[in-house]
Design a protein around this ligand. Structure first.
Ligand code: ZN
Length: 278
């Protein structure tokens, strides 16, 4: 993936939004974790990232002496939250999150529809489960900007992290965003997405296509998740293979829920479970 994103630099994206990208690029993180600083007179930090001295220093420099109203990982995955407690202590502020989860214990919890306010900004909290159950997105009202975490990205589709993640929740969270007036999406990985609605619709269509492909594979007699992955994902980076299996399993889960697929043999390893059409 080519990108103009350089780690540790402060990039001003709009009057109220700055980005500092962590130096942790990889197959699952793209160009690295984007940390966003929202506001001018007071700040809110979204997705502080992994706990490294380099990123800590970069964020402390970017914040300078501006008061910080809070720090909020979009969700408790290890490339999003671990720097939060340390940064909060240094900046004398509090950490937020949907719930205690996956090793992360926010000092304050947020629920869907709540609004967090600073001197010159207001962020509406949106619970957007699917990638994982504790995923929050934030809508910056003043700029119609959505901080989408791992829920919507421009460079990649989201992994449904089973068993905590769910395809049906993910699709419901996307359907909800389609109805909203969003001018720009700032994802936790990759560049801003300015065609917000088109991108969300594209992601929904992509999942519907995958569901059809999984059903077609079952029709063709393939009956395990790895076999289905080999049929559907013809050109795949081997490092992304486990994520592809997870994705196919998430589709199978949803198809089982709706009665379109059955489990013929349930194995302790989902890679070995055998699926069939009813
Ligand atoms: Zn994640």
């Amino acid at each position: 993936m080519s990108s103009t994103i350089a780690p540790r630099q402060v990039t001003k994206l709009s009057p109220l939004v700055r980005r500092v990208t962590q130096d942790n690029p990889g197959p699952m993180t793209g160009s690295g974790t984007n940390t966003y600083l929202v506001g001018k007179e007071s700040l809110f930090v979204i997705d502080p990232g992994e706990n490294t001295d380099e990123h800590m220093d970069a964020l402390m420099r970017a914040v300078d002496r501006t008061p910080v109203a809070g720090i909020a990982p979009s969700h408790a995955h290890p490339d999003h939250w671990p720097l939060a407690p340390r940064l909060a202590e240094a900046l004398r502020t509090i950490t937020f999150g949907f719930k205690a989860h996956n090793g992360y214990s926010p000092m304050s919890t947020l629920s869907d529809g709540e609004v967090v306010r600073g001197v010159d900004w207001s962020l509406k909290v949106l619970h957007t489960p699917g990638h994982v159950s504790d995923h929050l997105s934030y809508l910056l009202t003043e700029e119609k900007a959505l901080f989408s975490g791992d829920h919507v990205m421009g460079w990649s589709t989201s992994v449904i992290a089973r068993p905590d993640g769910s395809l049906n929740s993910y699709l419901a969270s996307l359907e909800r965003l389609v109805t909203m007036d969003i001018a720009v999406i700032y994802p936790a990985h990759g560049e801003p997405v300015y065609q917000a609605r088109a991108r969300i619709e594209e992601l929904i269509a992509h999942r519907n296509l995958r569901t059809r492909q999984v059903l077609e594979a079952l029709h063709a007699g393939l009956d395990t998740a790895p076999a289905i992955v080999r049929r559907i994902y013809t050109e795949i980076d081997p490092r992304l293979y486990p994520a592809a299996v997870q994705s196919v399993l998430a589709h199978l889960d949803a198809l089982i829920q709706s009665g379109q697929v059955i489990i013929k043999h349930q194995s302790a390893s989902p890679f070995l479970s055998i699926y069939a059409l009813p």
